[in-house]
Write a protein that binds this ligand. Sequence first.
Ligand SMILES: [Zn+2]
Length: 240
Amino acid sequence: MDWKAEVAKLPDIQAADREIDRLRTERRDLAAGKTVADLSKQVAGAEAALGRLRSERETVARQQRLDDLARQSEEADKKRLTERLYSGTVRSPRDLEGLQKNIAGSDERIGVLETRVLEAMERDEGLGARIAAMERALARDKETLSARRSEAAARIADIDTALGALEPRRRALAEAVAPPVLREYDRIRGRAAGVGAAVVSGGVCGACSVALPPLLVSRLARGDSLVNCEHCGRILVGGL
Ligand SMILES: [Zn+2]
């Protein structure tokens, strides 16, 4: 067998294999959503935060309604007490004093409730503004995410087209190589980061960049057998 000629076919296969590997890896990452993972996470986080703020706002609103109802009921009590106070039907100073005390108590409670309602309104306003800002940011991020997903889908389609051309080309190249050489190439490729062959340049292995012993270089020049790099094990292809 003309080892030199067989081995000389490997760089083309190697180039096709590297490109196929690169495209398959890119495709896998795209399909797994890796390119949008950070943004997806951000959107999910923003949605959760928004949910919490909305529920906080609902709690504030519910409490505000309860406080407002309590205030109305307190106002009604106060009105009733005040009417009694000025009705002329209560004459005893002790009863009058009691009524006044109750009215004062009512006033105090009304004041407390009014303050709480006002505070709730302020909180509601603040929460409303924060929610609106978050909704705007979220809408923008969702739009970006959807655009990136479309880009990823388009890129996957491009990759499939490229692979559809590359894979038959690789098969054709492989068929032209003597089976023992191809088997050895595939075996090394499988355990050496996808690189099975290395072109020697200036006496240096093109895969691991280690200088080859002169004996190995001369064996490679003779071309009467398969020569592997002593350091990385790749099949050496003589450019010498
Ligand atoms: Zn090497």
